[in-house]
Design a protein around this ligand. Structure first.
Ligand code: 5GP
Ligand code: MG
Length: 176
């Protein structure tokens, strides 16, 4: 069974709000960079980047991180995410880096992302934006910017459909 939890309009409004909150919390966009986590997070990071750029009339540096599970079934919590590929072509020293992902669950992906960032450079600050916080954290990691909070059972899954890949935006909750 599928239950829609965010429409295209909901997603658009959330991304506008998150973009504005990022600028507000950082008192502008000086030294700001956006890094998307492969794959959903990359599309969302691009959108947030464009929204901020349109508003502030500046270019924001962006990058991507590709993180997958060490073993293959990501549906199981407590598995180990590893960083497959980093694509960050700006110096992170003195930068405020906003990580963007579609869903946060256990927090392990973000932990791996932060480890990778620290290996590359020394950001002044790392912040986290996610479209959906499904709860179920196994680490003390919380997002700074959240589209929607929705507690999801371990045997449920959130489908994040984004126009870039699925033709239209929509977020649905499904029983496995
Ligand atoms: P975590 O590492 O926090 O347990 O899981 C977060 C990562 O797994 C994110 O990169 C996210 O894309 C993916 N993920 C975890 N749960 C879900 C879910 O219910 N739906 C989707 N689409 N991705 C999920
Ligand atoms: Mg992911």
């Amino acid at each position: 069974m599928e239950k829609r939890i965010m429409t295209a309009e909901d997603i658009d409004r959330s991304l506008h709000r998150i973009a504005l909150q990022i600028v507000e919390n950082n008192h502008g966009v000086a030294n700001l960079a956006i890094i998307g986590i492969h794959t959903g997070g990359v599309f969302l990071a691009d959108r947030i980047q464009k929204l901020i750029q349109d508003r502030e009339k500046i270019e924001l540096p962006t990058g991507t991180l590709d993180i997958t599970l060490y073993r293959d079934d990501w549906s199981l919590a407590s598995q180990n995410p590893i960083v497959k590929k980093t694509s960050i072509s700006f110096p992170m020293e003195e930068m405020v880096v906003v990580l963007v992902d579609d869903v946060i669950f256990t927090g392990r992906t973000i932990r791996a992302a932060m480890d990778a960032l620290m290996d590359i450079g020394r950001p002044l600050r790392i912040q986290l934006a996610v479209l959906v916080d499904r709860g179920g954290r196994e680490l003390p990691i919380q997002p700074d910017y959240v589209g929607m909070d929705i507690p999801v059972k371990v045997d449920e899954h959130i489908h994040v459909r984004l126009a870039e890949k699925s033709g239209a935006d929509e977020i649905v909750l499904v029983d496995r």
